[in-house]
Design a protein around this ligand. Sequence first.
Ligand SMILES: Nc1ncnc2c1ncn2[C@@H]1O[C@H](COP(=O)(O)OP(=O)(O)O)[C@@H](O)[C@H]1O
Ligand SMILES: [Mg+2]
Length: 262
Amino acid sequence: MLVLNNIEVMYNDVVLVLKGLSLQAQEGQIVALLGSNGAGKSTALKAISGLLQPENGEVSDGNITFLGKSLIQRDAADIVREGVFLVMEGRRVFEHLTVEENLRAGAYTRRGNAAQDVDLVYEYFPRLRERRTQTAGFLSGDGQQMLAIGRALMAHPRLMLLDEPSLGLAPLLVEEIFRIIKRINQEQGTTILRVEQNARLALDVADYVYIMESGRIVLDGSPKDLQNNADVRECYLGLNEVGKPKSYREVKHYKRRKCWLS
Ligand SMILES: Nc1ncnc2c1ncn2[C@@H]1O[C@H](COP(=O)(O)OP(=O)(O)O)[C@@H](O)[C@H]1O
Ligand SMILES: [Mg+2]
């Protein structure tokens, strides 16, 4: 459904951030893209969504196709109309609008009925219904993240791109959000490409996982493959060969030599 083939992204005509990144998402899948801070994850999502231009970035090589059509050199609004919706890092909501106004403001690309769509969002996020008249800026971090995903849902995307939806949230709330993302995937048939730093979480809720470092993919496979991969176990999950947690010291030492993620 989505294919990135050997893409390069450059900022300001000089800084090469993606260096031949290739990945795919099949229709109906949840795909996780993992990488440490600065690996180029957000850049990859912006490249897909046509959002590099405002940052003086461009895809300088390779191609990106969605359902067989190229997304290169296309307008961001046009890409949304194709059915690709990015939920940016850091819960971008209209802080001065209420929860419900935020949802309705997201409905400009909708294909359905706004009132029904708002109800659909409330079905997935009952807490937003309770706070529908509250100003979005006063919601907690997880409330804002739910609202940001709710706004995406209003657009009925075929492919939802989520940039670190778990960032800064307590573990229980992360679990709740991931459960809801999984439900949206299953019930709405929305394909999901999710970017994360946290390996353990990403492996739990994904059909396929890519690990990137410094602008390219260094490893990919099913969560099961990666869970059984010795390097991933060591670096990422902090486990030794018999599945026991390693001491912080050992992990750190290992990371310096070999690991992709911090
Ligand atoms: N607008 C920009 N201009 C120049 N460099 C940028 C810009 N945005 C990001 N970068 C650089 O690109 C690299 C990857 O950034 P980013 O895609 O945000 O990584 P991640 O999301 O994986 O943390 C970083 O080194 C960052 O400094
Ligand atoms: Mg990022």
